[in-house]
Ligand binder design. Structure first.
Ligand SMILES: [Zn+2]
Length: 399
């Protein structure tokens, strides 16, 4: 499943009780690597073995035998692991994922799909993302919480299906068995985010999904002959109906989940966007013309890292105080002086090497200068309308 819906951070699950599941990335990665090696495609009979492996991990973390239930279903199985809540009257919180993967023919793959390998910080293998990555994250988090003696107010259960990619019989069985839940968080939607320094910012589980609805519209008429079309014949009526549907704009809607998701994401990743919105509305209030496309007026939106990339310069891991990042930043400043002869940092090179804020400010100003001289990439005409509303990031023109 690839849809990304409204998500709640896993942090929300742990935070109210004050427990801090220090996500042990090493453990999660080890679980993921082991998981990928189980060839859990339909018919291979490997799902129960993978389930037994997860049970093992959780038992070692302190889960009692009776809190882990593996239920065989044909050649596959369902998996349930529970941390009992303090208040038995409260409905449980469920987390879900799937253990099976889509078939993978080694002939179609550069690497063996069932031999997990790590290259340049990426893990390759069937299911490395969908869904063993998220399952590994959930199993590792529950193991950690258990080790820390976490007792939630309401019961928390991890449910894993075993044929989500094919028949979904295990999915239906779990849905029937665990239907009375307070909330369900889906590990097959959501995902994680790293910042530019490669540090974890946010990990999300899907709490709801926007879906679609089919409607059937029909028009009938008494009929007649095409040599004498009637003014209100069904084809004309249908054309008008389609026009009206096309013109309809759905109202923006929000609910508890989208608001919680936005609040959490805004805390972690929205600060820059909100600051920009505040500056733009402040300028508008003062009577300054704000053209979100940046094609006129004094405001232009820029993105230093993207510009660095276009200039073929290192564009990642140069922010923050960590020694490695500081070294990368110092090297970057030297490269900038070589690659952009028109940008003379002069005596300011030192402060740019010291502070990513200073360096970014200089880069922003430099890109704005290019925009002023028209040396930035054109906005494709089909994007003019959207850019006027949503804004457009000015990037240096490629030469
Ligand atoms: Zn999936």
């Amino acid at each position: 499943m690839q849809l990304r819906g409204a998500c709640l951070g896993l942090a929300l699950l742990a935070a109210p009780q004050g427990a801090q599941a220090a996500a042990d990335a090493g453990t999660a990665k080890a679980i993921l690597m082991r998981s990928v090696a189980f060839r859990t495609v339909q018919g291979a009979g490997q799902v129960p073995k993978l389930a037994a492996y997860y049970a093992d991990v959780l038992r070692q973390a302190g889960f009692a035998e009776e809190d882990i239930v593996i239920t065989p279903m044909g050649e596959t199985a369902t998996f349930a692991a529970t941390i009992k809540g303090r208040d038995a009257a409260l409905k449980p919180l469920l987390m879900i994922g799937h253990m099976d993967v889509v078939e993978a023919d080694p002939k179609d793959w550069t690497r063996d799909p069932f031999v997990p390998v790590e290259e340049n910080g990426y893990i390759f293998g069937r299911g490395a993302e969908d869904n063993k990555y998220d399952v590994a994250m959930m199993v590792a988090t529950l193991a950690q919480l258990k080790k820390e003696g976490w007792t939630p107010r309401r019961t928390v259960t991890l449910l894993l299906s075993g044929d989500e990619e094919t028949d979904m019989a295990t999915t239906r069985a779990l849905a029937a068995r665990y239907k009375d839940a307070e909330m369900l968080l889906n590990g097959d939607g959501g995902g994680g985010l790293l910042n530019e320094a490669g540090e974890p910012v946010l990990y999300q589980l899907q709490a709801g999904e926007k879906t679609y609805a089919d409607f059937e519209i029909g028009f009938t008429d008494a009929g007649g002959h095409s040599s004498a079309p009637t003014p209100g014949n069904p084809i004309y009526k249908l054309a008008k109906a389609i026009d009206r549907i096309a013109a309809y704009e759905f109202p923006a809607m929000r609910n508890e989940l989208t608001q919680a998701s936005l609040a959490l994401s805004a805390d972690r990743i929205g600060a820059a966007a909100m600051r920009c919105a505040a500056i733009l509305s402040g300028l508008t209030r003062e009577g300054v013309e704000v053209d979100r496309t940046g094609r006129s007026g004094p405001v232009v939106e820029v993105y230093p890292a993207a510009a660095l990339k276009l200039w073929d310069l290192p564009h990642q891991g140069y922010k923050g105080r960590e020694a490695a990042n500081a070294r990368r930043r110092a090297a970057l400043v030297q490269l900038i002086e070589g690659a952009l002869p028109w940008l003379n940092l002069g005596e300011h090179a030192e402060i740019c090497a010291e502070s990513d804020d200073a360096l970014d400010s200089v880069l922003c100003a430099a890109i704005a200068g290019l925009a002023l001289r028209g040396q930035i990439a054109e906005i494709p005409s089909e994007h003019h309308e959207a850019a006027a509303v949503e804004g457009w990031i000015a990037l240096p023109a490629r030469h």
